[in-house]
Structure formats: C-alpha cells, structure tokens
Design a protein around this ligand. Structure first.
Ligand SMILES: Cc1ncc(COP(=O)(O)O)c(C=O)c1O
Length: 593
C-alpha cells in the first residue's frame, strides 16, 4: 500500500512536536509530519523536566510562548547577549545595537533559526533579503521534510476513496485544524477553505457576496488591489462603494471609522438595506499601518458582514479569532513561512459561508453532490468548505502547511519585539545619513513603531515595512530604477514601485490629486510623465529571518548612495546601460502600480 506504519515509535522521531495532536489515521503514515527542531539556547530554556537529557521535542516544547509573558526570561538585564549565534556578534555596531536594545537578545531563537534553517542567507556573496512583505523565506528543514514525506508516501486525489486518497484527505483535514488552531478560531464556528492565495480567498467572498442595489461595500483606501477589486462585484450589482480615507502616513483613523459606522447604523436606510460588506486591511503593505481589529466589533454591531485581509498582518502578528470575531480572513502561507507558494486560505465563519454558498455564481468539480445533466438542478457538497474549493485542492502541499504553522507558532510571539527593535534602529540610522551638502539622503514615508517593545508576546502598533525615497544632494528624488540598479549591484533584494497599493502609495507620495484627475484608460507611463518622475517608493521589509546583519547592509547601502563619488560612478554606469538599453528587468521599478 505504501502508506505503512512508522518504523520508529514517536519518541524516536527526533523532531516531533509533543503538543501536536495526531489522529490515529495519521499515525499509520510511514513518515508523519514532524515539526522542525530549533535548538534553543540554554538561557531560554524553562526547566520543564528533571530528566537530564530532554528529548528534542521537549526542547521545542520549552520554547517561549506568548503565555510566558512576565516570566523571569523577559528581564532583558538577565540576558546573556553573547549567546546570540550570528556573524554580527563580533561587530562593534552590533554591540552598540544590543546595548541600545538589550531585549533583542530575548529573541535568540530566531538567530538559531537563521543559522540552522536559513543558512543560504549567510553563504559568501549571498543576497541580503529585505523583501519579506513580498514573500517570507522558508526554513530549509521544512522543504527537506516535505520532500522526504512526499517520497515516502502515496498521496492520491482527495476526491477518491482509496487509501492514498484517504491519506491525502486526512492530511488536508489536519492542515485545516492546524490553521484554525493557529488563528485561535473555534472549530464549531469557523472552517477553512483552501485557496491558491489571499487574492483568491478575497475573490471567493467578493463573487458570492449578495451585493444588491441597497448594499454597501466599505473598504480602506490604503489597501491592496486585491481588495479594491471587490468593488467590481459591488458595482456590478449597483451597490454603494464607500472608501475609508487614508491618513497622511497611511492607515485609517479609527475614530472616524467608528463615527461612520455609528451614523450608518442609526440611519433607517442601513436597517432596510441588503447585506453590506466591511473590509479592513490588517496591515498595509506600503504604509506599514496596522488597523485596530476591534473595529470589526463595531462593524458587526452596525449589521455589516466583515472581511479581513491579513496577508501582510499574519506573518508577524498574533491573530485570535476568539478575540476578533470577523466573518472571514484571507491569508497566503508563503508570506508567513515561505513555502509552499500557491496555497492560501479563507478562514471563515460557517454561517457566513452558508450565506455565500447560496449566491456562488458557479459550481465545479469538488463543490457539488448531484448535478442534473442536461438540466439545471445542482445539489451542493455537504461539507461547507468543499462548496468553495473548485476542482482539486493542492493536497500534496497541505502537509507542509501544517508543518509550517507548527514551526512559526512558537516563534511568532518573538517577532514583534525583534522586528520593532531592528526597524527602530534602521530608521534612525537611515535618517541620520546626510549628503555632504547636509541634505538628508533618505526620506522615510511609512509609519514606524510609536513605542518600543520590551517583552516577548507584546504586539507592535505597526509592522516592519519601511517605505522610503532616496534623495540626491539637492533634495531631488533619485529614480527608483537607479536605486533598483544599485541594489541589484549590492545584492540587496528590496522592492520598488507602488506595491499594488495605489491608495497607500498616492497618499505617501502626496499625489492624491493625480488620482482624482485620472481618466479612463490611463497608463502608469502617462501618469509618470505627468509627474515628471517614476512613481513609487523603495520598500524594505523585515521578517522571520531578519537579523542585525541585514539591517546593517541596508544602512551601508544608504551610505553608498550618500557617497558623492560612488553614487556618481554608479549613476554613469546606469545611464550608459540605460542608453544602450542593456538594463535587465531587475533595474526597472518592477512593481505593478
Ligand atoms: C496586504 C496584502 N493583501 C493582499 C495581497 C495579495 O496576496 P497574494 O498575492 O498572495 O494573493 C498582498 C500581497 O502582497 C498584500 O500585501
């Protein structure tokens, strides 16, 4: 059969997670998913056992969690910073950083992750990766494990009933449970629809939402195009579209949203109206603003259905659907732990999914029970999530989702502390870099943490995205394509452009008037020629694998831009290549507007 019993008892699986609840069925798989082992430095260990040699799974089990907040381990003064295993530990800059942010050392598990699971980042001549908002980087063991798992098991299409199909179905169900568990979503209220991405998850809601002529779609201006696209369905059905305005540094003003919701709920029109949808972006991918998820409570009280785009929020923030009872949440897993691409999810309330299923514009293989042919009768699949999973789900990839979530979960409480320390340090260093003329080299456009975090488990009010512009000594904005060229030469993976977030970009760049003046058929090229420059920002985004070295490389890159001789030399090279049309795609703004 292929799917034979494990040859080792669970205790002998070196990387098995003890908390992992396994169904009996999964135990029959020849190589069951194992969580990835992280070797935690001794000073982060909680004395969990009197045994002298805890198993590897106990080591992982002893990992810090958000519930540990307030333990002696949180006292930064107790931290032995010399235990952080990273190449940066020898640099005086790193010592200065640790002196300024001693609590950073509490996140040493992430240094271990970096040195054991992201080894490709520290190979000689390797790329400095600062595009985590584009996609996270996978721990190498996750891919190795997944490859072994696939080679050892026979997984069939979940639509059959063979053993191989049942094995796939069990792993899919395990992954669904892992997603619910990760987002603290009660299984009696929520289910998970697997999709190909956040975008596909949002579209599932958009195309099935019962928009009518008295409905409203309420959405933030600082949002991804995959959110703005919902308005096509609303418009098609004659619904009102209401944009929540963006603040000068991005995001929405919570008080204004509350006022809007209150005025709406008190109006008679709202009471009579058809269902309306309220959408928020958890974290902006360009302005770095986070939206208070408590607004969903107000929206619910105003009788609105609610959708959260958590693509940018979920990779570094804890989301609890017990605490934030939103109707649906859209995520992409590659943004959270880098692998696999092509799998996302809609985590959705069952009652909301029931409503959507009455209005789905089509059916497909996998979503139905009985179809009359020829004819018009269609009975939908009994399982709610199946009604939305068109065709065959990505059943080979789903075991890696379970593993990825198990890996990220214990690390997630550390990320805000670590990333806010790195972000604050980086922003300050960049702002201090001046041209010899005294003009600042860098203009930060996005939001930065308003306060410093000191404990594991604390949440930051913003993410770890830095959107900025580089200026020349006269204060003119340096072209994004020149910066892309220099970054390419310096082996820095950053991103330039508008990040598929036109509302956020227009606000940060102060060009909202261009938006107002747009006409049908407008192109980015026309817009840029009107503005007299390339439009967009340079985006640095930190994430799961980021460390001080990465930040230092970005600072060195900015120093290079501020160096008159070096910048002029690069400029001449860039212009020559441009004139000869020899610039590759890496040196264009490379982002969709
Ligand atoms: C805030 C936000 N929403 C939605 C998306 C779309 O995600 P995907 O391309 O995985 O569908 C992104 C992608 O960067 C994003 O940052």
């Amino acid at each position: 059969m292929g799917n034979t019993s494990s040859t080792l008892p669970p205790d002998h699986h070196p990387f098995q997670h003890p908390r992992r609840l396994r169904s009996e069925a999964l135990k029959t798989s020849s190589r069951t998913p194992r969580s990835l082992r992280l070797k935690i430095p001794a000073f982060l260990h909680r004395p969990t056992s009197t045994r002298t040699h805890p198993s590897a799974s106990e080591e992982l089990h002893s990992e810090r969690s958000s519930s540990d907040v307030g333990s002696p381990y949180d006292d930064a003064s107790n931290v032995d910073t010399s235990s952080i295993e990273t190449r940066a530990s020898i640099s005086p800059d790193y010592e200065r950083f640790l002196a300024a942010f001693p609590e950073y050392a509490l996140t040493a598990s992430l240094d271990i992750l970096r040195s054991t699971e992201l080894t490709r980042l520290d190979k000689p001549e390797s790329e400095t990766y600062v595009d985590y908002m584009g996609g996270s980087l996978f721990p190498e063991r996750l891919v190795k494990w997944h490859s072994g798992f696939l080679q050892d098991n026979i997984l069939g299409n979940t639509h059959s009933i063979s053993s191989s199909s049942q094995l796939s179905a069990r792993h899919a169900s395990e992954a669904r449970k892992a997603v619910l568990d990760f987002f603290d979503a009660p299984a009696d209220q929520y289910t998970v629809v697997f999709t190909s991405s956040t975008t596909a998850a949002i579209k599932l809601v958009a195309e099935s939402f019962p928009f009518g002529s008295t409905s409203s779609l309420i959405l933030p201006a600082d949002a991804h195009n995959s959110v703005h696209g919902i308005r096509c369905f609303a418009k098609h059905n004659g619904s009102q579209i209401h944009y929540l305005p963006t603040l000068p540094r991005g995001g929405v003003l919570p008080d204004e949203v509350m006022r809007f919701l209150e005025s709406r709920s008190s109006s008679e029109q709202a009471l009579d109206a058809a269902p309306s949808l309220f959408v928020l972006t958890g974290q902006s991918n360009i302005s770095n603003s986070k939206t208070p998820l408590s607004l969903f409570k107000n929206a619910k009280e105003s009788g609105l259905y609610t959708l959260l785009d958590a693509a940018a929020l979920a990779p570094t923030s804890i989301i609890s659907l017990q605490k934030t009872p939103v109707d649906a949440v859209a995520i992409s897993f590659y943004k959270m732990f880098g692998y696999p691409t092509g799998v996302g999810a809609l985590i959705v309330r069952k009652d909301f999914l029931e409503l959507l299923s009455k209005n789905r514009p089509w059916f497909a293989g996998g979503t139905v029970d009985v179809v009359q042919v020829p004819g018009s009768i269609v009975s939908l699949a009994e399982e709610l999530h199946e009604r939305f999973e068109d065709g065959t789900i990505n059943y080979l990839a789903l075991p890696a989702i379970t593993e990825g979530l198990q890996t990220l979960k214990p690390l997630l409480p550390m990320l805000p502390l670590r990333l806010s320390s790195l972000t604050l340090w980086l922003v300050k260093a960049l702002e201090d870099i001046k041209h010899p003329s005294g003009v600042p080299c860098v203009q930060i456009l996005s939001r930065t943490p308003s306060s410093r975090l000191t404990k594991i488990g604390e949440q930051s009010d913003v993410g770890s995205v830095i959107s900025l512009l580089f200026h020349d000594p006269q204060g003119n904005i340096l072209p994004l394509s020149f910066i892309s060229y220099c970054a390419f030469k310096h082996r820095i993976s950053l991103r330039t452009g508008c990040m598929c977030n036109p509302g956020g970009a227009a606000t940060l760049l102060g060009i909202n008037s261009y938006m107002d003046a747009l006409t049908e058929g407008a192109t980015l090229r026309e817009l840029e020629s009107h503005a007299g420059r390339e439009l967009g920002v340079v985006r640095i985004s930190l994430g799961l694998g980021s460390n001080f070295n990465d930040v230092q490389r970005v600072i060195q890159f900015a120093e290079f831009i501020s160096d008159e001789f070096e910048r002029q030399k690069a400029w001449t090279d860039w212009m020559n290549l441009r004139d000869r049309e020899e610039l590759g795609p890496c040196c264009n703004t490379a982002s969709r507007a």
